[in-house]
Design a protein around this ligand. Structure first.
Ligand code: GLU
Length: 262
């Protein structure tokens, strides 16, 4: 199978932005094992800004654009250094690809991104993608950001015609209500169609049921399922959950690729 796995900052780093070593080590081990089993993996990894904050010892995430971009420039190095080291232990070669919105929205440029990814996969390398946070900006008149990696990972999955998109998050999946506020909230195992009722579960733009931006996850699900790709939201707390998923066990929330669309 060709799989795009997206991992969020909350999975990769502790609250202060320093690397969650145990978790990242386990993630790299499991992904290496899945590659050894013959699956093609593309990793979409956040964490550049968070790890930059941690490495620089800043008190929090910078509010201003140059601050965010500079933190990302530092953190992206740390991120790739870590992946290179850990995947290298299992003899897998990593490849860094940093994208802006233009790279995927411009048809000619996206062809190059596609071709590079295909070549990397054919060479058995592991592409690791993030937004190019150090240069993408969202100022008036210039909009070169995608903004978040849930959407980016769905666009990548569509571009490479992936069989499955997995979003590893800090929540188990999509719930019937906010599980932090409502004890009766129940995890929804399968979403056959992304209806307005399902979208309403995200609680509106920019907010989320649990932590971690359910609205952008549903946006990603919409892109993936419209392209016929299944998407799963699962909790990245224990990366071994990926084994369960590949063994066909029920994990998190699965959005059926055939059941599009709003
Ligand atoms: N590209 C951002 C980073 O690496 C993360 C975006 C997101 O969290 O979706 O820090």
């Amino acid at each position: 199978m060709r799989i795009v796995v997206k991992v969020g900052t909350s999975t990769l780093a502790h609250n202060g932005g320093r690397l969650n070593i145990r978790r990242v080590e386990l993630l790299c081990k499991v992904l290496s094992d899945l590659k050894n089993a013959g699956h093609e993996i593309i990793l979409v990894s956040s964490g550049a800004i968070g790890m930059g904050v941690g490495k620089l010892g800043l008190h929090g995430r910078p509010e201003d654009m140059p601050g965010k971009q500079a933190a990302a420039a530092v953190g992206q190095c740390e991120l790739m250094y870590t992946y290179d080291k850990l995947f290298g232990e299992y003899s897998h070669n990593v490849a860094q690809i940093l994208l802006t919105a233009d790279d995927i929205h411009d048809p000619r440029r996206s062809v190059h991104v596609h071709d590079t990814l295909e070549r990397l996969l054919s060479w058995n390398a592991l592409p690791i993608i993030n937004e190019n946070d150090a240069v993408a900006t969202d100022e008036i008149g210039i909009q070169t950001t995608i903004g978040e990696n849930d959407t980016l990972s769905a666009i990548v999955a569509r571009l490479v015609k992936a069989d499955l998109l997995i979003l590893l998050s800090d929540i188990d999946g999509l719930y019937t209500a906010d599980p932090r506020k409502d004890p009766n909230a129940v995890l929804i195992p399968v979403v056959e169609r992304i209806t307005p009722e399902v979208l309403a579960l995200a609680g509106g733009t920019g907010s989320s049921l649990g932590s971690g931006g359910m609205a952008t996850k549903l946006k990603a699900a919409n892109i993936a399922t419209q392209a016929g790709i299944d998407m799963v939201i699962a909790n990245g707390e224990n990366p071994e959950v990926l084994y369960d998923l590949f063994d066909g066990r029920q994990v998190g929330t699965r959005f059926a690729g055939k059941g599009c669309c709003v």
